[in-house]
Ligand binder design. Structure first.
Ligand code: OGA
Ligand code: NI
Length: 370
């Protein structure tokens, strides 16, 4: 399979029409980026090649020394106010923090990463059964959810599992990662509830406030696989983006490559054994009226792969809620008028998914005229 005319350097010059047959051939293979790597390609197929301006400073070390805050949740019982202050500071500035002593056994984290990897390394014909772009499917494997929307494909495959609010029948999950995904889902849900309590308090609200707004009610688990890349300097594992959910809890393996845009610099989010990365999503920025920041991040492609990460998105994907989300009423003050219009979750998700990862903010679309 000559996928995407490997080696032709047409970066930035290809029109959508021009790329379509290559995108389709890649998609129809149902083998993802992993399939390309297995076919021993040595050059990057051109559908993945990004122009230099979209790759700004990839691989360059940041010029400022900046560390993503690390929060020890062991202190929640005894030093709750300190923990909340740390969470507030991170949520209001960098939008990212890592948590340790979060209560999820490290062994389970390791098993989750291993199971995600096993899924992506299954024989192609077994994985292909799960490959689909059907919107309503709760369990699906797909490479680049925005393959046909975005200008450049990413060097990444993903297994999506919508775990709630409606309970997922475990039989729908691939057998290689079934039990561990169910267990991880239960644990990460409990951690999510705790984080929403702390975030509520950080906003000066009652601990249960965000949970009562259904922020913790549902989550989707995305197991990402970033294969070894033959020309990592020409593409991205994940294009710069903000997350469309309320909150994300990310488990990453030891490879690294996740970066967050902080004060104009791409800053590494270094792998910390046993830690989980937490970041504010667009919808928490929306309901907090820009107090909490949903910050752009990206994943570099690399020679050292594969890299595995497991993202838990707190969202109500596929759940037919009619609740409107806008500024939390208790935060409404004369000097704090609403920045965004009230929005149905499904409208936000549809807008985000249609747009794809294009480096632009989805939130901007919901901003009221000032
Ligand atoms: C995401 C994401 C980062 C990673 O799933 O939105 O940013 O390290 N993932 O895979
Ligand atoms: Ni993200």
């Amino acid at each position: 399979m000559d996928v995407a005319g490997a080696g032709k350097s047409l970066a930035g010059s290809s029109t959508t029409d021009d790329r379509l047959p290559e995108l389709k051939s890649f998609d129809d293979s149902k083998a993802g980026v992993k399939g390309l790597v297995d076919s021993d390609i040595t050059r990057l197929p051109r559908i993945f090649i990004m122009p230099p301006e979209d790759l700004t400073a990839a691989g360059e070390p940041p010029q400022i020394q900046f560390r993503i805050p690390l929060i020890n949740l062991e202190g929640v019982a005894r030093q709750r106010a300190d923990v909340i202050a740390g969470v507030r500071d991170a949520a209001e500035t960098v939008g990212f923090f890592q948590v340790v002593n979060h209560g999820i056994p490290v062994k389970l984290l390791e098993e989750m990463v291993a199971a995600a990897r096993e899924f992506h390394e299954l024989p192609q014909e077994l994985k292909a059964e799960y490959y689909t772009r059907e919107l309503m499917k709760k369990v699906k494997y797909v490479s680049n959810f925005d393959l046909y929307q975005s200008k450049h494909a990413n060097w990444r495959d993903t297994l999506f599992c919508v775990m709630g609010p409606e309970p997922l029948d475990p039989q729908e999950l691939p057998a290689v990662c079934r039990d561990v995904t169910v267990e991880y889902s239960r644990e990460v849900q409990a951690l999510g509830k705790l984080l929403f309590e702390l975030l509520s308090e950080a906003l000066g609200l009652k601990p249960e406030h965000l949970e009562r707004m259904d922020c913790a009610k549902g989550h989707t688990i995305l197991s990402h696989y970033y294969p070894t890349c033959p020309e990592p300097e020409l593409t991205m594992g994940t294009t710069r983006h903000c997350d469309p959910d309320f909150l994300t809890i990310l488990l990453q393996d030891h490879i690294g490559g996740l970066q967050v845009l902080s004060y104009g610099q791409w800053v590494d989010v270094p792998p910390v054994p046993g830690a989980l990365v937490v970041n504010i999503g667009d919808r928490l920025q929306l309901i907090s009226n820009d107090r909490f920041k949903s910050v752009e991040h990206r994943v570099l492609a690399n020679h050292r792969g594969p890299r595995v990460s497991v993202a838990c998105f707190f969202t109500l994907h596929l759940y037919p809620t009619t609740r409107m989300y806008g500024l939390i009423k208790e935060l409404l003050l004369e000097e704090n008028p609403p920045v965004y219009r009230e929005t149905l979750l499904k409208d936000f998700i549809a807008y985000y998914d249609n747009k794809g990862l294009d480096g632009k903010s989805a939130l901007a679309h919901f901003r009221l005229q000032q």
